[in-house]
Structure formats: C-alpha cells, structure tokens
Design a protein around this ligand. Sequence first.
Ligand SMILES: [Zn+2]
Length: 420
Amino acid sequence: MSWSVLLLCFAGALRAQTLPEPATLLRPAAVFDGQAMHAGWAVLVENDKITAAGPAAQVALPAGGRTLDLPDLTLMPGLIEGHSHLLLHPYNETPWNDQVLLEPQALRVARATVHAQRTLLAGFTTARDLGTEGADYADVGLKQAINQGIIPGPRLLVATRALVATGSYGPKLSTDVDVPQGAQEADGVDGIVRAVREQIGKGADLIKVYADYRWGLNSTAQPTFSQEELTLIVQTARSAGRGVVAHASTPEGMRRAILAGVETIEHGDDGTPEIFKLMKQRGVALCPTVAAGDAIAQYRGWKKGQGPVPVRIEQKHQSVQAALKAGVTLAMGGDVGVFPHGDNAREMEQLVKEFGLTPLQVLRQATSGNAQIFHLADRGSIRPGLLADLVAVAGDPTQDVGAVRKVQLVMKGGVLYKQP
Ligand SMILES: [Zn+2]
C-alpha cells in the first residue's frame, strides 16, 4: 500500500488529532438547546467550548473566525447514548456466547474501534458503555485511544467488567468446565469490596451490577445479589465517587437495587406499579432499552408487523407505561451492540413510534436528560461554557424523530468530524 493510500485510510483518524478552529460561528435554521427549539439562533464555538448562543443578530464572530452556514439544519447538543457495549456486535452475526468465548480480544477491540467511529458519526458524542462482556478492561484502553485522538469516537463513561453473583451469569457450557464469564464474579463482603475497588482502580467510571439474571428454574430471571451485597456495592463505589447502575428486570431484583441506591435500572421489564413508585420516590431513573428487546425477539424469529406480538414485547410495553404513569424519569439507551452500533437512533424512534413518547421527550432524554442523570454538567445543552459537542440534522427533530438519522455535522470538543 502506498503512503498516499495509507494516509487516505487514516484521514478520518487524523482528523481527530486536528486542533479545534479558534472561532466558528454556526448559523443553522434553528437550534434545539436541550430543552426547546429556537428559530434563527446562532452558536459561537471557541476552541473546545460554546461561548455564545442566541438570536443570530446578538452573536458576533470574533476577528479571524469563520462562519459555517447550515441552512435547513437543526443544531443540537451531541446526543448521549445511555447503554452501549462497544465490545459487542449483533447477536444475529455471532451469538453472545461465541463472542465471549471464541473471539480473541484483539479482534473484539479492532471491531470496537469501528463501533466507536460509527457511534460518533451517528451524532452520539458521549456514550455510557455498560460492560465489556468478557473483554476485561478493553473499554479503558478504548477510551484512552479516543481521548488521545488516535481513533475517532464518543466520550466514554466505562463500566469495565461489571459484577455478577457467582453462578448467575454466562456463558454456561458443561458442568465439568469453568469457562470465562461475561462479567466478574464476586460475592460476600470481602469479595465484593475487593472487586468494586479493583474495577475502579483499573479505570471504571461507574459500576454495573446484575441484580438479577436468568438463573432461575427453567431459566427464568431471579434475583442474584442479596440486599446487603447490593448496598455494599453502592457504598463502596460511592465512597470512591462512582455511581452504580443495575441490570434488573424482576420486581425483587429492581427493589433491592433501588433500596441499595443505584442511579439507574437497566431494562426493568417486569417492573410493577409499586416498584416504579419506589423508583420515583428514590429518584432512580429507568433505561428501558426497548430496541434491544425488539432486536432479540426478531433474532428469535419474530416477524415484526406479522403474527402475534411476543409476550416479552407486550410486557415491555406494560412496564414502560407503568413507569411513565408513576412519573419515573427515563434515560435514553438502547443496549447498542445487541443491534448495530451507529444505529443508536433506533431506541429513540421506537420510543416515539411504538411507545407513545413525543419526539421532544426523547430528544430531551438523549441530551439534557441523560446529561443530568449521568452527572455530566459540562454537556447535553447548548449554552455558553459547555463543551462544543454539537450535531446538525436535516429537518426538525422535535416534529419528526426520524430527523436524528439525517446527521450532517458532528463536532466534538470544537473539532469537526463531519460537515455538510
Ligand atoms: Zn446491556
């Protein structure tokens, strides 16, 4: 391969190392600032920050700066993915067991670099990545590669290995062999404290715990950790400044996780009105991951739009409605990796088209909402002082959620990764 071809191949990656322009004035048709639409606004970016946003006539471009006209586009905060697994790829390509057991870590990481780029170019400038599923601490290195400008990708909040109770998780093969698991097993006071600290020491931004899993009789979901164990996980993480998120779908698993003080419940499929009331009281958000359930049902043979709706999908509709009725805050996260990275908007579309949320609701969730739930005070809105993580899409995403797929511009920290 000649050097020129090689350079072309790496052009995308090199762009990540480019310094931000000193001053750029963005002039779209409208600005969604994380809360509401503002027609005729302009946004000024200097270095890696937003320094002004408001009616175009009131935002002046400093000398030496450049103007970027974005006619017919809506400028909005970079989207925040709430639940991804960059180290996984869709299960209809390779079953989860095989990804965990058969794929070398180098292969998984190589693929993850492409996933990171696709996520960013889809307009998601931040992602909360909830577990490497057997790829150890590869997410920490991936995050470093992105932060050092070696590969393009979103800003990452990483959970590293995640915690499971012994015997509860997978893969499960013969009883005669202990195979590597998709998460770290830990139990009891000493084991749990040690595992949480180990993950934090290696770079976990948050701790992910599986409060229940399909290890009941006939593979039904049952709680895993005891109340005491979950409480200890939260206390140990919190004392080091980290939050805890819980995978939970059973009412009892959810209840224990909520009482322990987790910040979000992932999935929540069998949540009851009582459980959602408790979530609301304790200020715990729900990340329903509707797109993952939908994808898995289709991988198992469901022909969407034909034939009866699977029980799991019906149940998901009921739980999301019960959560909304109880006033539970929803985080936006699709469990991307179960379905293709870069297709992150699928969760937003399904929440609108199949679960009755408005486009405005899901846009807020994916920007200012997720920023608040994940304690990211420096992003998720367009206002002076925040990071210049910006996306421009064709059309009005507050009217048509499908507009979030029409990404024309992606800026992260003042650096353009895509422009019209
Ligand atoms: Zn997940």
